[in-house]
Design a protein. Structure first.
Length: 94
């Protein structure tokens, strides 16, 4: 079974579909914005790591976590990531 076939099968379940759509609607734009910020700053993971005072694998794991959703980085780590790009982290409840 291919990924697309498995996805189509899973999305037939209304609960799975609702969660998938919620993630697409609520979380993906935020994650895309975080990753796009580094690209816009024209900084490599190594450069971000130097500015954060960490080793490059830390930045790689942070970005991978944002992409996969397997691990949620701490607010402190996201703040340092933003500061490395001369940005600030702004979290709001609307």
């Amino acid at each position: 079974m291919t990924y697309e076939e498995l996805k189509a099968l899973a999305l037939k379940n209304p609960e799975v579909r609702a969660e998938y759509e919620r993630i697409e609607r609520e979380e993906m734009p935020m994650l895309d914005a975080i990753l796009q910020a580094r690209k816009d700053a024209k900084l490599t993971q190594t450069e971000i790591a130097e500015r954060m005072g960490v080793k490059p694998p830390v930045v790689s794991r942070l970005e991978n976590a944002l992409i996969t959703g397997k691990h949620s980085p701490s607010i402190a780590k996201l703040k340092r990531y933003a500061e490395a790009m001369n940005k600030r982290l702004d979290i709001r409840f609307l």
